[in-house]
Design a protein around this ligand. Structure first.
Ligand code: PEP
Ligand code: MG
Length: 747
C-alpha cells in the first residue's frame, strides 16, 4: 500500500468523521456520506442500503441514483448484486455488472447506465447490517486499494449504525435493538421463563472508530498487544501441565497473540485512519464472518479463540472490563455465546433461564441447566448480537423459542402459559404427600434424578421417595482438575445427609461419549457413543473408579449404600465391576473404616444386549435400572445428540414396548428389582405406559414427579394394558394414538 493511498484513505475517514460530527438528522448524515464517498472515490454513484427487516434491504441514501428511489427501492436478501453481498457477506467487484449472475434491473433508480459495481457488506462483529455500493458509468474493476478503503469506511458506518447515528424516517433507519425479535433455537431444557437479559460477556463499545494520528494509534495497539501477550503467558503459568485442553487453547491464544498476519492487518487498518480498537474490531468481524462458513470444527474452534483474544484486546484498549457495572436484573435470563458448567453453576438458581448461541443438548452446560431446572434454549442464532443488557426476554424451553423485546400480545400469551404451568404446579403440590397409586390400586415408586448438591432441596418439595439416579460425573465435569477422594467423600456424605435416610442410588462415573472431562486426555474415536465410555473406561483404567468407590463407602459411614454401574453390555463387565466394589469394601474394612449398614449393587440396562444376558446375570444383580436415553438410541440406532434423528422414533413404538416387556419378564423370573431412569420416565404419557408394561419404579427430573403422579392416579393400568395390547394386535407402529384416545375418553 502506497503512502499516498494511505493518506487518501485517512483523508476520506477524516472527512467522514466531520460529516458524522455535524449536527443533523440521520438522513442528512447518510446523504453527506454518500456524496463524500462518491467524490473521494471518483465514482458516479454511492449508495447505502440498510436492513429494514431480517430479509429486506432498503435503499437509505444515494448519490447518483434517482433520489426519489430512496426508501422506495427494496431488495430481498440474495436478490440482485446488493442482495448477494448482504446474503454472502462477501464483496462483489464487477467491471460489467449487468452481465453478472443475478443482476437485477431497477428502472426506478435509473441504474442501467452504470457499468461497474463495487459492493461491500456493512458488517459489525460478523453481522451484516447493510451494503455500501459505489458504481461508475465506465467499465472498470476497482483496485485492491479502493476495495480496502471502502471496507474501512463500511466498518465505520457499521459502528455508527450500532451507535444509532443514522436514525430517521426510513424503515431501514429505525434504532437498532428496539424491535421485537423471535429467535428459533433448540430445546436444551424445558420450561418457560420471563425476565430481563443479563449478558454473560457484555459487548465492548467502540465510540471512536476514526483517529487522526496513526502513530499514536499504532503505539496504543503495540502496548495493548504486549499486555495481551503477557496476560496469556501469565495464564499459561497458572495452568498445570495436566490440564491439557486448557493448555491447548492457551497455546492457540499465544499463537494468535504473536501472529504477524493479524498484527499487520490491524496496522494497515490503522494506517488507513481507523483507531486501534476499530482496527481490532474490523479484523474480529472478518474472523466472525468466516466462522460460520468453516465446516471443520477444529478450525472453527480456533476462530473462536481468535474472537476471545480480540475481546481481551478490546478490553485492554478501551479499559472496559468484563464487568460493565450492569446490575443483575430482578429476573435474570443469562444470554451467552456459550458457557462452561462451572460458570453456570456459579450463577446457580438466581437465573430464571439461559439462552446460548451455541451449545448442544448433551453439553455440560445443558446438563447443569437441567440439574438447576432452569429453561434453556441452545443454538439461538445471533442472540448475543441482538440482545442488550436489561432487554425484556421470554424463553420458551419447550419449543426452543426466544422472544426478545416482545410486543404486548406475545408477552401476554406467554404469561398465560406460565400461569397455567404455575396452576398445574399447585395442583401437583396438593398431591405431594399422597402415593402414586393408580385407580387399580397399584403403587408406583417415584424417585428423582440428581447430580449436584443443588438438586437435593428438590427432594422434599417434589414428593420423590429418594434419588433413583445420582449422576456422579457432574462433580467431575464442573471442575478443572480431578477431584480428590476426600472431596468426593464429603460431597457424597452431604448428599446422603440431605436425603435424610431416603434411598440414594449412586451411579459410578459415566464419562466418555458426550461427557468429556476437561482434564483427561481426549481420545479420538470415530464413534464416541459406541466407544470408550462409562464402565468401559472404569474397567480399563480402574484407578478413578476405585477411588470413587472408596469415597462412596466412606460417605456411607454406617448408612446403607446403593451403587450402580452404567452402560453394562454383558455379564462379565458387571462381575468385574462388582468385584472392584467388593474388594474396596474389604480394603476399607481392613483399614478400620466404618462399613455401610447394607450394600446393594446394581447395573444400568442401556444396551439391548443386556436384556438377553444369561439368567445368572439377573440373579446376581441386586437391581437393574433401564437407562432409556441410551437404550433407545441403541435400540433404534438413532444418535440422542443428533437433532435430525433424535426425535424420529417414538418411545411408545411397539418394538420398544416389546423390549420393555421382555426386560420386565426377565426380572420377574428372578425377582430382580427393576426401575426406569431415562427422560421418558418423566413424561406422563410415557410413564403410565411404562407402568402398564410392568415397571413399578420410575426415576425422573424433580419437576416431573408431580405431573407423572397426577396422571398415574387417574388411570387403571389393567385397562391401559388392554388398550396397548389391542393397538399392538391391530398392527400399530406406535401405541401412542390409542393411548391418547383412551385418556381423552376416560380423563
Ligand atoms: C440414560 O441413558 O437413560 C441415563 C439415565 O443416563 P444418561 O442420560 O446420563 O446417559
Ligand atoms: Mg446413559
Amino acid at each position: 500500500m502506497s503512502q499516498q493511498t494511505e493518506s487518501e484513505s485517512r483523508k476520506l475517514l477524516g472527512r467522514l468523521r466531520d460529516a458524522l460530527a455535524d449536527h443533523g438528522e440521520g438522513q442528512e448524515r447518510l446523504d453527506r456520506i454518500t456524496a463524500l464517498i462518491a467524490g473521494s472515490m471518483d465514482t458516479h454513484v454511492c449508495s447505502i442500503y440498510l436492513f429494514r427487516d431480517a430479509d429486506t434491504l432498503e435503499l437509505c441514501a444515494t448519490e447518483g441514483l434517482n433520489p426519489a428511489a430512496v426508501h422506495q427501492t427494496r431488495m430481498r436478501l440474495g436478490e440482485g448484486l446488493v442482495g448477494r453481498v448482504a446474503k454472502t457477506g462477501q464483496l462483489v467487484n464487477s467491471a460489467n455488472a449487468p452481465q453478472e449472475r443475478g443482476f437485477r434491473f431497477m428502472p426506478e433508480t435509473g441504474e442501467e447506465i452504470f457499468t461497474s459495481f463495487l459492493g461491500v457488506p456493512i458488517q459489525r462483529l460478523g453481522e451484516t447490517l447493510g451494503v455500501l455500493v459505489v458504481q461508475s458509468k465506465n467499465a472498470r474493476e476497482f483496485s485492491d486499494d479502493e476495495i480496502y478503503a471502502l471496507e474501512v469506511v463500511a466498518m465505520v458506518l457499521a459502528e455508527m449504525t450500532e451507535l444509532g447515528a443514522f436514525m430517521g424516517v426510513g424503515e431501514g433507519m429505525t434504532a437498532r435493538h428496539t424491535h421485537q425479535v423471535l429467535i428459533r433455537g433448540v430445546t436444551g431444557q424445558e420450561g418457560a421463563a420471563e425476565g430481563q437479559v443479563y449478558l454473560h460477556e457484555p459487548r465492548v463499545v467502540v465510540t471512536n472508530p476514526i483517529a487522526d494520528d496513526p502513530h499514536a494509534e499504532l503505539g496504543r495497539l503495540h502496548i495493548a498487544l504486549d499486555k495481551l501477550r503477557l496476560s496469556v503467558d501469565d495464564m499459561m503459568t497458572r495452568v498445570s501441565a495436566g490440564e491439557k485442553e486448557q493448555m491447548e487453547v492457551l497455546e492457540a491464544y499465544r499463537m494468535f497473540a504473536n501472529s504477524r498476519g493479524w498484527m499487520r492487518r490491524m496496522e494497515e487498518d490503522i494506517a488507513r485512519g481507523l483507531s486501534a480498537e476499530a482496527a481490532v474490531e474490523k479484523e474480529q468481524s472478518a474472523a466472525r464472518a468466516r466462522m460460520g462458513k468453516v465446516p471443520d470444527p477444529y478450525l472453527r474452534e480456533r476462530l473462536h479463540d481468535l474472537d476471545d483474544l480480540s475481546n481481551r484486546l478490546l478490553r485492554i484498549l478501551t479499559g472496559q472490563g468484563r464487568e460493565t457495572g450492569a446490575e443483575m436484573p430482578e429476573n435474570p435470563i443469562l444470554v451467552a455465546r456459550n458457557i462452561g458448567p462451572a460458570e453456570l453453576l456459579d450463577y446457580g438458581r438466581s437465573l430464571k433461564g439461559v439462552v446460548l448461541e451455541e451449545g448442544s443438548v448433551g453439553s455440560h452446560a445443558a446438563v447443569v441447566a437441567r440439574a438447576l431446572a432452569i429453561p434453556l434454549v441452545i443454538n439461538a442464532k445471533r442472540v448475543t448480537t441482538e440482545a442488550l443488557n436489561g432487554d425484556a426476554i421470554l424463553v420458551d424451553g419447550d419449543q426452543g423459542l426466544v422472544h426478545l423485546r416482545p410486543e404486548d400480545a406475545v408477552a401476554n400469551a406467554f404469561r398465560d402459559k406460565i400461569a397455567m404451568q404455575a396452576q398445574a404446579l399447585q395442583r401437583y403440590a396438593s398431591i405431594r404427600d399422597k402415593p402414586a397409586r393408580t385407580l387399580c390400586g397399584t403403587e408406583i415408586s417415584l424417585y428423582m434424578n440428581a447430580g449436584l448438591m443443588a438438586d437435593l432441596p428438590s427432594l422434599e418439595g417434589s414428593g420423590a421417595l429418594g434419588v433413583g439416579l445420582f449422576r456422579t460425573e457432574l462433580q467431575f465435569l464442573v471442575r478443572n482438575k480431578m477431584p480428590r477422594r476426600a472431596e468426593l467423600a464429603s460431597i457424597y456424605a452431604g448428599v446422603l445427609d440431605a436425603a435424610k435416610g431416603k434411598r440414594v442410588t449412586f451411579r459410578t462415573l459415566d464419562i466418555g461419549s458426550d461427557k468429556v472431562l476437561p482434564y483427561m486426555k481426549p481420545t479420538e474415536e470415530p464413534n464416541p457413543a459406541l466407544g470408550w465410555r462409562a464402565i468401559r473406561v472404569g474397567l480399563h483404567k480402574p484407578g478413578v473408579m476405585r477411588m470413587q468407590l472408596q469415597a462412596l463407602i466412606r460417605a456411607a459411614n454406617g448408612r446403607p449404600l446403593t451403587v450402580m454401574f452404567p452402560f453394562i453390555a454383558q455379564q462379565e463387565e458387571f462381575v468385574t465391576a462388582r468385584d472392584h466394589l467388593l474388594r474396596e469394601l474389604e480394603r476399607e474394612r481392613s483399614l478400620d473404616h466404618v462399613m455401610p449398614s447394607s450394600v446393594e449393587i446394581g447395573a444400568m440396562l442401556e444396551t439391548p444386549s443386556l436384556a438377553f444376558a444369561p439368567r445368572s446375570f439377573f440373579e446376581m444383580t441386586d437391581f437393574l435400572s433401564i437407562g432409556g436415553n441410551d437404550l433407545k438410541q441403541f435400540f433404534f440406532a438413532a444418535d440422542r445428540e443428533n437433532e435430525r434423528v433424535r426425535r424420529r422414533y417414538d418411545t411408545l413404538n411397539v418394538s420398544f414396548m416389546g423390549m420393555i416387556e421382555h426386560v420386565v419378564a426377565r426380572c420377574a423370573e428372578t425377582g430382580t428389582d427393576l426401575s426406569f431412569c431415562g427422560e421418558d420416565a418423566g413424561r406422563p404419557v410415557e410413564a403410565i405406559c411404562l407402568a402398564a408394561m410392568g415397571l413399578r419404579s420410575l426415576s425422573m427430573r424433580p419437576a416431573s414427579v408431580g405431573p407423572v403422579k397426577h396422571l398415574l392416579r387417574q388411570v387403571d393400568l389393567g385397562h391401559l394394558k388392554t388398550v396397548i395390547d389391542s393397538a399392538r394386535q391391530q398392527g400399530a407402529q406406535t401405541v401412542r394414538p390409542a393411548v391418547l384416545a383412551y385418556l381423552a375418553k376416560t380423563i
